[in-house]
Structures are given as structure tokens and as C-alpha cells.
Design a binder for this molecule. Structure first.
Ligand SMILES: [Zn+2]
Length: 484
């Protein structure tokens, strides 16, 4: 091929790719179903996010992206020019505020040690379609992709939830995941926080091998810049982190094993190689209502440390059952490689079913006790682990598991909406269905108060008054999860 010809074919390839790309973008426009500036959703069952009981036959009026009015359908009449959506047989809840989300997912590469890959195309859409209108990421592996995605979504060039971004992980030396940087001391921890704050991250997360000195320095630096700090800890205990002033802890002490519950804790600052043994000991021997667990609760409540529940990533092996509707939807959304990876992982995990079940049950009991003691419990899906937890679908499953843990439906909705909004300092804008707030709402097919599986049936998800069609989004994303 002559140089000219080669150049021409490269040019052709680029133009074709660009055309295909803009076609995809055009396809996304069809994912929006309601774009009227004035909408009345009438005769709906309302669970408003405050923890109050479900209210039948309500009308909610949305104007220019905000909630203009909420009231009984018998008295609140929609304006004459409003577009009416008859909500009979439907439940309306506030958009979920997912507090442990990621823009990455477990890689299906079969011979890799646990590794993760960014999902900037499929995940933002899946969160939104599934009812998550605000998503705090809990750690980044492609930080510049996360920032760019948020910019595109905020400027209406892409579709997804409102992201609250957490920077790359604060991890000690010998990082546990290949994209992580291992910090070398307290001074570097400060510089790390300063840099990621300067490029736009509002939160930072500490990981399993961080030292106490590094964590303490990072918390000070973050707080001086108005950033929040959360942690999935191991080397530093829950008590130590709470005393340093950490704002939030992820997963809970039975899932991110709190070393102070472990009888053979060698010394502060160590995590590997004890973690597997600790995990097992906690699952088999430690009482979630015993005095050591109670002390953790008191300490967290006293220091106002919020806890993020991530039950759906914990259940593995045979749960949720293969005939569960969520599993069927996941099958359609995943690439064949990811589906095969997850099914293989489940097969191996079945040997550990009893231990996984025990960890899940204990963590559920702990979270109930924490909330009852006045602790702020929040929720998210953590789409990592063995890969069975998908963006958005994992959040729906998390709600179901909160109910299994013993919370009522209105309580679980509050954990997943208002509690997260308060933590983010956005409770005046989002988190409940109330006059003046953003019209971030999920319209579900069925009666959620009597059947928690209705959370899996979103019909329309409103973000700032724009209604996105969940089924069309699920169809659009078909086969993409695990690829990009
Ligand atoms: Zn996570």
C-alpha cells in the first residue's frame, strides 16, 4: 500500500469510528422518556425517605427540575398545563443516594489475581436506570476518567447519576490492587490528599495497609480542605480510626474485619497475612451482640462515624439464587466473559457458603444494633468482589438485604436516601420527597411497602425532573458489563 493510500484508510477508519460513536450518543437520547418542565405524578404510593410510613394516593408535582408540591390526590390538583403521569399501582421513592459505588468492576481475566477495570460506559447508566440518582464513589482506579465522566454528566453531555467523587486510595506500602500507589510515610499522605483535592475530588478513602501515622496525617490534611475521609481498614482498627476523626467506615467490622475483634492481633499496623484467619475467626466465634462489638458501636456513635452497609457484595456462593430476577437481568447485561467468570467463582465459593452466610448474618445484626444505638447507617453496592454485584442492581439487592436484616421498608429507604444526603451535606437539596428539593425520584412498578422486590422494577427514574426509561437503558447496556 502506498503511503497516501495508507493515510486515506487510517482517515477513513477514524471517520467511521467517530460516526459510530455519535450514533451511540444519539441512541442515548432515546433513553430519556419525560422531558416536560411540568409533570404531575398522581395517585402514587409515596415512601418519602424520612422513615415515615408509606402514604397511599399521593400527588407529586415537578416543575423545572424541582419538586413543587406534594399532597393527597384528593386535595392537590395538578396545574391545567401539567403533563399527567398516572401513578396508580406504582410506588414513588426519592432517588437512592448510593454511598459505596465505584466506576470500576472485577475483571473477568481468568488467570489474574483479583483485579479491576474501569466501566465508564455501562456503570453510570446502570446506576441511574436502577434508581441511584446520587452516587458517592468509594475509591478510584482511573481518577481522570472519573473526573471527566462527572464533568460530562454535570454538563448534560452524558447520562448518569450525580457523582460525589472519592480520589485514588490512600494505601500503605505493598498495595493490594495493582492500580494503587503505596504511600511512604505521613508526609507523602498529606501531599497525596492535597494533589487529588486540587484536581477536583471531594473525598478520600483509606485502604487496608495504611499505617496509623499516614491515616492520621491524611485525615488532618483532608479536613483542613473540607474533604471527608472514609476507610476500608485492616491495619488500623475501627477504634483507632474513630479516635483520629475519620468520618465514615465501609463494610462493617465483620466484613472488613476489625482487628480488635481478632484474638491473635499481633500489633497495630499489621494486616496481611492475618486477614483470612481473622475473617474466619470473626465468622465463627465472635458474637455481634457481645461486649467487644458493643464497644465498637459505642465508640463509632460517640465519634459520629457513619457506617456504610455493603451487604450485597458479601453474599456470594449460592445467593442470590440463580432463578432470582436480578440474576437473570445481570446475565443479559454482562459480557459472556464476565458471566462465565462469575459463575465459576460462585461454584468455588459454595465450599465457603456456611462461612459467608455467617459473616452476612453477623454483619446484619451488627448494623441493626448500630442503627438502634443512634449510629448513621448508609448503604451502597460495591461492584467488586467475585463480580456478582453490578452497579445499580447491587444497590437494589442491598435494599432487599437491609429488609432481611430486620429494617422496615421506610427505614431501609431512609438509610439509602436521607442518611447519605445528610452525610454529604446535601439534605436540603436531595434525600426526601419534599417541596423545593431536586426532582430526583424513582417510580416503581408495584407496591414496595408490601413487596421489597418491587425495587427491581423501576419504570422511570427522574434526575432533576428529567425522566429516564429504565428498561430502555437496560436494553442499551446489554452485554457491556465487564467490557467498558
Ligand atoms: Zn469498594
Amino acid at each position: 500500500m502506498s503511503a497516501m493510500k495508507r493515510l486515506r484508510s487510517v482517515f477513513l477508519l477514524i471517520s467511521l469510528t467517530a460516526a459510530a460513536f455519535s450514533q451511540n450518543n444519539n441512541g442515548r437520547e432515546a433513553l430519556i422518556r419525560e422531558r416536560s418542565g411540568l409533570i404531575a405524578i398522581t395517585h402514587v404510593l409515596l415512601i418519602d425517605g424520612t422513615g415515615a410510613a408509606a402514604q397511599p394516593d399521593q400527588t407529586v408535582i415537578l416543575r423545572d427540575g424541582r419538586i413543587e408540591n406534594v399532597g393527597a390526590s384528593t386535595t392537590l390538583k395538578p396545574p391545567a398545563d401539567a403533563r399527567i403521569l398516572d401513578g396508580t399501582g406504582h410506588t414513588l421513592i426519592p432517588g437512592l443516594v448510593g454511598m459505596h459505588e465505584h466506576l470500576f468492576y472485577t475483571s473477568p481475566a481468568p488467570k489474574a489475581h483479583f483485579s479491576v477495570i474501569e466501566q465508564p460506559i455501562s456503570f453510570p447508566l446502570l446506576y441511574l436506570a436502577s434508581g441511584v440518582t446520587t452516587a458517592r464513589t468509594a475509591g478510584a482506579i482511573e481518577p481522570y476518567t472519573d473526573l471527566e465522566l462527572k464533568r460530562q454528566i454535570d454538563s448534560h453531555q452524558a447520562i448518569g447519576p450525580t457523582f460525589e467523587l472519592t480520589g485514588p486510595y490512600l494505601e500503605g506500602s505493598s498495595p493490594s490492587i495493582e492500580q494503587m500507589h503505596g504511600l511512604n510515610g505521613a508526609q507523602e499522605a498529606r501531599e497525596f490528599v492535597r494533589y487529588w483535592h486540587s484536581v477536583g475530588f471531594s473525598s478520600i478513602k483509606a485502604y487496608m495497609n495504611i499505617t496509623g501515622e499516614e491515616l492520621k496525617a491524611a485525615i488532618e490534611e483532608a479536613h483542613s480542605r473540607g474533604m471527608k475521609v472514609t476507610g476500608h481498614l485492616c491495619s488500623v482498627s475501627f477504634r483507632e480510626a474513630a479516635e483520629m476523626g475519620i468520618d465514615n467506615l465501609e463494610h462493617g467490622p465483620f466484613v472488613a474485619p476489625d482487628s480488635e475483634l481478632y484474638s491473635k492481633r499481633k500489633q497495630p499496623g499489621s494486616c496481611q497475612p492475618f486477614i483470612q484467619d481473622a475473617y474466619q475467626e470473626l465468622a465463627t466465634k465472635v458474637d455481634p451482640n457481645g461486649s467487644a462489638a458493643q464497644q465498637i458501636i459505642q465508640n463509632l456513635v460517640q465519634h459520629h462515624v457513619a457506617l456504610t452497609s455493603t451487604l450485597s457484595v458479601v453474599e456470594g456462593g449460592s445467593r442470590p439464587p440463580i432463578q432470582h430476577e436480578l440474576t437473570g437481568r445481570a446475565y443479559q447485561l454482562m459480557s459472556p466473559a464476565s458471566w462465565s467468570y462469575v459463575m465459576t467463582a460462585r461454584l468455588f465459593e459454595q465450599q465457603n457458603d456456611l462461612q459467608i452466610q455467617s459473616t452476612l448474618n453477623k454483619e446484619m445484626q451488627f448494623e441493626r444494633a448500630f442503627a438502634q444505638a443512634g449510629g448513621k447507617l448508609m448503604a451502597g453496592c460495591d461492584p467488586t468482589g467475585d463480580g456478582h454485584t453490578l452497579a445499580g442492581l447491587g444497590d437494589q439487592r442491598e435494599l432487599e438485604l437491609l429488609i432481611e436484616a430486620g429494617f422496615t421498608v421506610p427505614e431501609a429507604i431512609k438509610i439509602f436516601t436521607l442518611n447519605g444526603a445528610e452525610f454529604l451535606g446535601k439534605e436540603r437539596e436531595i434525600g426526601t420527597v419534599a417541596q423545593g428539593k431536586h426532582a430526583d425520584l424513582v417510580l416503581l412498578k408495584g407496591d414496595l411497602a408490601h413487596d421489597v422486590n418491587v425495587i427491581e422494577k423501576p419504570e422511570l427514574v427522574f434526575k432533576s425532573g428529567i425522566g429516564y426509561d429504565s428498561d430502555r437503558i437496560y436494553e442499551w447496556v446489554r452485554g457491556l458489563v465487564g467490557l467498558r
